[in-house]
Write a protein that binds this ligand. Structure first.
Ligand code: FES
Ligand code: FE2
Length: 349
């Protein structure tokens, strides 16, 4: 169960730069392309003629041309032309509200009348030249909430990511979780520890000694429907940790946009925004590669966990202290889902 009346990250513009992109989002098969005047468009990936996927076609003069018999679709889902035919009576296909912003394409698969682009989150790092961003995309066969659980409880770093960002002190340090409105924040601070390999490299990149004790922090923020931003970093120990002055620390924001494909699969947009050396493109590539490798370690765990859960749906799971962030995030999602159900029952939307 996922909310539909909200904006999800659908793709990045480079994914449909050369040809239309077909992607299933929240159970809907959608094709993304650049339509008239270069504006991004999203319509059903279903040709009204014979049901061919429009994503196998191409774009010509701002119209999406079906790759089967040449029907031309406009960005509102209306047929604009078809070789040798009059098209006035052709049925419309569905078009979706879609916005290009912050380097991503955002789509709304719920009731179109409710879509307000002002609800797309503000992302300071995406539009400020003092920040740099690099990221990637993974397809994972798991319920989107399993990924939220994963990101709202970083204890797993000690076990899943033991060679890069994991360290014993993570599961020894208590977590503190708070909920404010629709945002859940779970944080963990580790003082006077050894920096694990990933953070040693980040210290070096920031021209800081990498062999001295550090204070480390992880502050995970969930906001609906499924965005998790995690402030992470290390500072030379005893200088205020998270609050240390910029020349004594290396920190960044781990960016996670989790978009349901189906009930049991996701498009996972991961990345890292950093507030140091923003013009160093080689460093961006190096971090992206390191992060991509680390995050790929979660894939097998999540997919196998999902398979277990599907095989034993009646099994009750434990809720431990470390799970509080995920549990509270799910509570917010349950509330939103309930509201959506009521909306459908009480209106004609
Ligand atoms: S199926 Fe698209 S034009 Fe025939
Ligand atoms: Fe992980």
């Amino acid at each position: 169960m996922f909310p539909k009346n909200c904006w999800y990250v659908a793709c990045t513009p480079d994914e449909f730069a050369d040809k239309p992109l077909g992607r299933q989002i929240c159970g809907e098969r959608i094709v993304f392309y650049r339509g008239a005047a270069g504006k991004v468009a999203a319509v059903e990936d279903f040709c009204p003629h014979r049901g061919a996927p429009l994503s196998l076609g191409y774009v010509e003069d701002g119209l999406l041309v079906c790759g089967y018999h040449g029907l031309k679709m406009d960005c509102d889902g209306k047929t604009a032309a078809m070789p040798g035919q009059r098209v006035q009576g052709f049925p419309c296909i569905r078009s979706y509200p879609v916005v290009e912003r912050h380097g991503f394409v955002w789509v709304w698969t719920g009731v179109a009348e409710l879509a307000d682009p002002a609800d797309i989150p503000e992302l300071e790092w995406a539009n400020n030249p003092e920040w740099a961003y690099g990221g990637g995309l993974y397809h994972i066969n798991c319920d989107y909430r399993l990924m939220i659980d994963n990101l709202m409880d970083l204890t797993h770093e000690t076990y899943v990511h033991s060679s890069s960002i994991g360290q014993k002190e993570i599961d020894e340090a208590p977590v503190h979780t708070t909920t404010e409105g629709d945002t859940v924040v779970t944080s963990r601070f580790m003082d006077n520890v050894t920096a694990p390999p990933f953070w040693q490299a980040a210290l070096r990149a920031n021209h800081l000694a990498d062999d001295v004790p550090v204070d480390r922090w992880q502050i995970c923020r969930f906001s609906p429907p499924s965005h998790v931003m995690i402030e992470v970093g290390v500072a030379h120990a005893g200088n205020g940790g998270y609050e240390a002055s910029p020349n004594l620390k290396a920190g960044s924001i781990v960016v996670d946009f989790i978009t349901p494909e189906t009930e049991t699969s996701i498009w996972y947009f991961w990345g890292m925004a950093r507030h140091f050396k923003p013009d160093d493109a080689a460093l961006t590539d190096q971090i992206r590669e390191g992060q991509g490798q680390i995050f790929s370690e979660d894939l097998e765990m999540l997919e196998r966990q999902q398979r277990n859960l599907l095989a034993y749906p009646e099994r009750k799971l434990l809720k431990l202290n470390i799970d509080t962030g995920g549990v509270q995030s799910r509570r917010i999602l349950d509330r939103i889902l309930k509201k959506e159900r009521q909306l459908i029952e009480t209106t004609n939307l």
